[in-house]
Ligand binder design. Structure first.
Ligand code: MEV
Length: 443
């Protein structure tokens, strides 16, 4: 299937067309319009009420785009067992998480804690008022704005959160007359993006009024009001710890002492070398993002915040650290994670709601700890494989199904291939050759 003409002309008013007409228009661009329609039908939810709900999550929605929803069972987190839902397309991620969970189940499990839960937003403004004068008004302004925002914050305050602190930060040395209102929020169990942004826009109006009343003659220009996805004060920690001797059995030819020594060098490399650090952290985010997606949270916000945090002291580094003192293996991960378990998609997406039910309807703090444990599990599995048998053995074994499907293998060919490749190296050409052989033998 291909476009009839790759030189497309702009389309007017696409978002105003009813869905049926949008599909008709898009199909007409292809040499096989019936196939486009079949694809859209195939990936539209049969329950039209649900599909309508999905349509309304976004704009110009034509169909749904399924990703695998899997379970990494048997995570022992602080003594409780969780079967963790993960949404991810990469074949080996759920298996790697499940494998680490199983390994650590009998070795004390994952130890997690929330360090802090402050989220931040900013009103960026320009003013010719000098910083000392603005500082003088800071406390009074905080009182004024908190009072003004009561109608917006009352419900959140009833839930134990709300608007916490307002500071005026001068950055006049970087941009002429540039200041920010730096605002701390606690959004309890919601991710809180809409709450924070509504508060900030109201604060910007309040700031304008405050200037008119208290700083006549000083100019004020609001540039923008928006939350920050950098959340270094919304932190969670996950840890693994065991006497080194307990790590026996990872590889028949490797002693636990040798295993941890090499493992620790790998972590040090990811702290010193940016090329390795990014890939190392990507392995952590395999686990974190899969939980974030499964529970209907915003993975772009999480990704942006986590990577900025990894570079917080000027050099991008591994997010996990290791300590081998006193014959122990201490492995830990600290992450900024702003997650919600109420609001947003969490209740509207039936699979996200199910994922949260499976986790026992956790609070946002509990979900932060579960996601961090999944991140550390995937990181442990990846570094363990990299420093022992290599990553490709497991990856390619998991990828075998994708190759078999690409080569249109039948169910009985798949059974034969899985048996064969249990003892042979998987590659696209090796699988192709194997299928060729069994097909010609059968012909
Ligand atoms: C692949 O998705 C993730 C790894 O590259 C992570 C790592 O290298 O640590 C295996």
């Amino acid at each position: 299937m291909a476009l009839l003409n790759t030189n497309l002309k702009p389309v007017e008013g696409f978002s105003r067309l009813p869905k049926e007409k949008q599909i008709e228009y898009l199909s007409s661009l292809f040499d096989n319009p019936a196939r486009v329609r079949r694809l859209i039908d195939l990936f539209s939810i049969q329950d039209t009420e649900f599909q309508k709900r999905f349509d309304e999550f976004s704009e110009n929605t034509l169909a749904s785009y399924p990703l695998p929803f899997g379970i990494a069972p048997n995570f022992n987190i602080n003594g409780s067992i969780y079967h963790i839902p993960m949404v991810i397309e990469e074949s080996s991620v759920v298996a790697a998480a499940a494998n680490a969970a199983k390994f650590w189940l009998k070795r004390g499990g994952f130890h997690t804690r929330v360090i802090s839960t402050v989220k931040k937003g900013q009103v960026h403004f320009i003013s010719d008022a000098p910083p000392e004068q603005l500082k003088e008004f800071e406390e009074d302004l905080e009182y004024f704005l908190k009072l003004r925002l009561k109608p917006l914050t009352a419900r959140m305050e009833n839930r134990g959160g709300g608007l916490k602190k307002i500071k005026i930060v001068s950055s006049i040395d970087k941009i002429a007359n540039y200041y920010q209102l730096d605002v701390d929020f606690d959004t309890v169990d919601s991710m809180g993006a809409n709450f924070i942004n509504s508060c900030l826009e109201e604060m910007a109006t309040g700031l304008t009024e405050y200037f008119a009343q208290h700083l006549p003659g000083k100019n004020l220009e609001i540039i923008m009001s928006i939350l920050s996805n950098y959340v270094p004060d919304c932190l969670v920690e996950a840890k693994l710890e065991a006497p080194v001797a307990l790590l026996a059995g990872i590889h028949p030819e490797i002693t636990p002492q040798d295993f941890v020594r090499k493992f620790a060098i790998a972590i040090e490399i990811a702290r010193q070398n940016i090329s390795r650090a990014v890939t190392h952290n990507k392995g952590i985010m395999n686990g974190v993002d899969a939980v974030v997606l499964a529970t209907g949270n915003d993975f772009r916000a999480v990704e942006a915040g986590v990577h900025a945090y990894a570079a917080r002291d000027g050099q991008y580094k591994s997010l996990s650290t290791i300590d081998l003192s006193e014959g122990m293996f201490y492995y830990s991960l600290t992450l900024p994670l702003s997650l919600g378990t109420v609001g947003g998609l969490t209740n509207l997406h039936p699979m996200a709601a199910f994922a949260l039910e499976l986790l026992g309807n956790p609070s946002a703090k509990e979900l932060m700890q579960i996601a961090a444990a999944a991140g550390l599990a995937n990181n442990f599995s990846a570094v363990r494989a990299l420093t022992t048998w290599g990553i490709q053995k497991g990856h390619m074994m998991m990828h075998l199904s994708n190759i078999l499907n690409t080569l249109a293998a039948t169910e009985s060919e798949k059974v034969l291939a899985r048996e064969h490749f249990n003892g042979h190296k998987v590659s696209y050409s090796a699988v192709e050759l194997f299928l060729k052989k069994i097909r010609s033998a059968g012909a």
